[in-house]
Design a protein around this ligand. Structure first.
Ligand SMILES: Nc1nc2c(ncn2[C@@H]2O[C@H](COP(=O)(O)OP(=O)(O)OP(=O)(O)O)[C@@H](O)[C@H]2O)c(=O)[nH]1
Length: 312
């Protein structure tokens, strides 16, 4: 008879007690998913690039607290206005993410539940028996002035879906965000961490640069610019602490181009300045950012184009 001996020494007790898991953040556009993700990940961002990158998921935001590592997946907002290929691609992304995560944060605005929220919830419900637990995050609590109305609203939400937790909060309040982390912790499986303790994202600076330009573009142009406009990084060069970035804002129509450029170029200049400042803060170095505006009509209806723009 042979005696089996373990070839490896026992893992350290700390590794044993560790938890780590995937958490998807879903919800219709504008409920505050990105704000929540940034708050959950924390402010001190020094980007780590290209770690264990999977192309299916969009952004992984990582936060390690004590013995637990939370890996958040920001899924694109739902398109309720456009019934084009972009819409189908985004919905597929959400379904793909759901199959892989340990927990879902379904973000809505506290006190509100519209048709667009219902659409997202129906996708979650369609995920079936293997679906991960769903936590209802009722965001923008600070904007709810009649708190007494919140209890009946929450009760109504209970009837819509058997949520694992009901968490009214404000993504802008740090105490609320820390409390949320504590609520989520027990739902993550006991296993070793996927990333280093100090990792904050698995995405490259190049990717973040396009997201930041996109964010400024939509924030500064307001509602007029269709969501189908996108940003492509044409070149990204690192020279020590310096980043040289050339990016194109791709719009569907000439009229949109005018909107992005603005009066004597004022809008484009402002998008560039704000994006550059934020990129300098993120990278801790100097950034030269060159922006172009291009018209590419009909790309939102063309799945081939979507692939080439990174929406897979
Ligand atoms: N009052 C208040 N506003 C918030 C809060 N969280 C987010 N917002 C605001 O809500 C707006 C939308 O926030 P985002 O984080 O961009 O929303 P999103 O869900 O990521 O939107 P999409 O990217 O379109 O899917 C922004 O103007 C935020 O500043 C909150 O807790 N309270």
């Amino acid at each position: 008879m042979s005696t089996e001996t373990s070839p490896e020494p026992d893992p350290a007790p700390e590794a044993d007690a560790r938890r780590c898991g995937w958490i998807a953040i879903v919800g219709r556009p504008n409920v505050g998913k990105s704000t929540l993700l940034n708050a959950l990940v924390g402010q001190k961002v020094s980007i780590t690039s290209n770690k264990a990158q999977t192309t299916r998921h969009r952004i992984h935001g990582i936060r390690t607290v004590g013995s637990t590592q939370f890996v958040f997946i920001d899924t694109p907002g739902f398109q309720t206005r456009h019934a084009a290929a972009l819409n189908r691609t985004l919905n597929r992304t959400v379904q793909g993410v759901l199959a892989d995560v340990d927990l879902v944060l379904f973000v809505v605005e506290a006190g509100r539940f519209g048709l667009d929220d219902a659409k997202v919830l129906s996708l979650l419900a369609a995920a079936g028996a293997d679906a991960p637990p769903v936590v209802l995050v009722a965001n923008k609590l600070d904007a709810v002035h009649r708190r007494a109305e919140l209890a009946p609203w929450l009760k109504g939400m209970q009837e819509r879906h058997p949520f694992a937790e009901y968490v009214p909060l404000s993504a802008r309040r740090d105490a609320d965000v820390q409390r949320l982390l504590g609520i989520l912790e027990p739902y993550l499986p006991q296993q070793d961490w996927f990333y280093d303790e100090d990792a904050l994202t698995d995405r490259s600076e190049r990717f973040l640069a396009s997201e930041i330009v996109r964010e400024k573009l939509f924030r500064l142009t307001g509602d007029e610019l269709p969501y189908t406009s996108t940003v492509v990084i044409d070149s990204f060069q690192e020279e020590g602490e310096l980043r040289r970035i050339a990016a194109s804002i791709v719009v569907e129509r000439d009229a949109h181009k005018g909107m992005v450029i603005g009066d004597r170029g004022a809008m484009l200049k402002r998008i560039g300045t704000e994006a550059r400042q934020e990129l300098e803060r993120l990278t801790g170095g100097k950034v030269f950012l060159e922006l172009w505006v291009k018209v590419r009509s009909g790309w939102a209806d063309d799945e081939e184009h979507l692939r080439s723009y990174g929406y897979e």
